[in-house]
Design a protein around this ligand. Structure first.
Ligand code: ASP
Length: 332
C-alpha cells in the first residue's frame, strides 16, 4: 500500500501547484516577490528534479526560467550541476564505474518541439547531457553510443577527462572484494539518476535525464535513462515524465511514455505515476526487490510522483513555493 503520510503530502502539494496557468492571463498584484516570475501570459515556470541533488539543479535552472529563458536551456544547465558533482554517485563525475572500473554514462534530452538527442555508453566526457543536446541539434540522429559518441563529443569541443573519482574507485575495489561477479540491483539504496522537467514562461516543456547507470554493471550495459520513452518523455501538448531506479524494469514498461500517455487520457500527473508503477509491478515479478520511481509534470504545471518503495524524493521549484524537497508516495 502507499505510504499514506507521504502520499497525502505529495497529493496536497501536487494540488497546490495547480493551476499554474492563471485565468484570464492576468498576473496578480505581485505582493510576493516570486510572483514576478510569471510572464506576461500568466504562465508560471516550474522546475522539477529527482532526488535531493535536484535542489541544486533547480537552483541553476531557476534564473534561466524566471529570466525568460527556455525550459530546454534550464534543464540542461540544471542537470550539469549533478554531472559535475562528485558526491552524486550515479551521475557523471563521481558516478560508480562498471565491473571493469570504467565510468560509462547515459543521457538524453527532449524539447517542446519533440526534438530529442541521446548518448549512451559514453566514456570520458563530464557533461553527456550537453553532448546529447548537440546530437539533437547538429545531427539527423536521435542517439549516438560508445566510441562514436566519444568521437562526436571530442569533434565538437568537449574535453576528454578521467571521470573515475577516488571515492568511486575505492567503492569499486570494495565491490570486487566483497561481491566478485554480482552486479547489485538498483533498490532503495543505490540509485540517484537525475531526471529534470521544466516549464518556462512561454508555457513550453523540456526534460533531461543523465546517469552513470547501475553501479558495477556489465561493460556496455545501458539502462532506461538515455532511452526516449523509457527514462524520459516530453509531449508539449500534455506534459513530461522522467524515471529513476532499476532501468531494466522501466524499459520493459516503456515507463515515461506510459506516464505521458496516461496524462493524455486525462489522468493527473499523480495518478499517471501511480498507474505506471502498477504496470511496472505487473511486468516484474521481482518488484519487491527493486526500486522504480516516476516524476511527472503536466502542461499546466501540476506535478506528481510515485515509486515502489519508500525512499524516493524530488525537488520542486515554483513561484511562491520556493525550492523544496518532497517525499514521493510509494506502493510499499
Ligand atoms: N535508472 C538508472 C539506470 O537504470 C539508474 C538510476 O536511476 O540511478 O541506469
Amino acid at each position: 500500500m502507499p505510504d499514506r503520510r507521504s502520499f497525502l503530502k505529495t497529493s496536497a502539494l501536487g494540488a497546490a501547484a495547480a493551476p499554474i496557468l492563471l485565468d484570464g492571463c492576468t498576473p496578480d498584484s505581485g505582493e510576493t516577490p516570486e510572483s514576478d516570475a510569471r510572464s506576461e501570459t500568466g504562465v508560471r515556470p516550474v522546475a522539477l528534479s529527482t532526488w535531493d541533488h535536484g535542489l541544486a539543479a533547480n537552483d541553476a535552472a531557476w534564473p534561466i526560467l524566471t529570466g525568460g529563458g527556455s525550459a530546454l536551456d534550464a534543464v540542461e544547465a540544471g542537470v550539469r550541476i549533478s554531472e559535475a558533482d562528485p558526491t552524486v554517485t550515479s551521475v557523471g563525475y563521481g558516478g560508480r564505474p562498471d565491473r571493469f572500473g570504467r565510468v560509462t554514462l547515459d543521457a538524453c534530452i527532449m524539447d517542446e518541439r519533440g526534438r530529442c538527442g541521446s548518448v549512451a555508453f559514453l566514456q570520458h566526457i563530464m557533461h553527456p547531457i550537453s553532448v546529447a543536446r548537440q546530437v539533437m541539434e547538429k545531427t539527423p540522429h536521435v542517439m549516438i553510443v560508445g566510441q562514436g559518441a566519444l568521437d562526436f563529443a571530442l569533434a565538437n569541443g568537449f574535453e576528454r577527462e578521467d571521470l573515475l573519482h577516488p571515492d568511486a574507485a575505492a567503492a569499486w575495489e570494495r565491490w570486487k572484494e566483497e561481491n566478485g561477479e554480482v552486479t547489485p540491483r538498483i533498490d532503495v539504496n543505490n540509485h540517484d539518476t537525475i531526471g529534470m522537467l521544466a516549464v518556462d514562461q512561454a508555457g513550453n516543456l523540456s526534460g533531461a535525464c543523465t546517469t552513470s547507470g547501475a553501479a558495477f554493471k556489465y561493460h556496455g550495459r545501458v539502462g532506461d535513462s538515455p532511452i526516449i520513452g523509457a527514462g524520459l518523455y516530453v509531449d508539449n501538448e500534455v506534459g513530461g515524465a522522467t524515471a529513476t531506479g532499476w532501468g531494466e524494469a522501466v524499459i520493459r514498461a516503456v515507463g515515461c511514455f506510459l506516464v505521458v500517455e496516461l496524462m493524455r487520457q486525462g489522468h493527473t500527473p499523480q495518478a499517471a505515476c501511480e498507474l505506471a508503477v502498477e504496470r511496472v509491478i505487473e511486468k516484474n515479478p521481482d518488484w519487491r526487490s527493486i526500486q522504480v520511481g516516476f516524476l511527472a509534470l503536466g502542461k499546466n504545471g501540476d506535478h506528481g510522483s510515485f515509486c515502489i518503495a519508500p525512499g524516493f524524493n524530488y525537488a520542486l521549484h515554483a513561484p511562491d513555493e520556493g525550492n523544496q524537497l518532497i517525499d514521493s508516495g510509494s506502493r510499499i
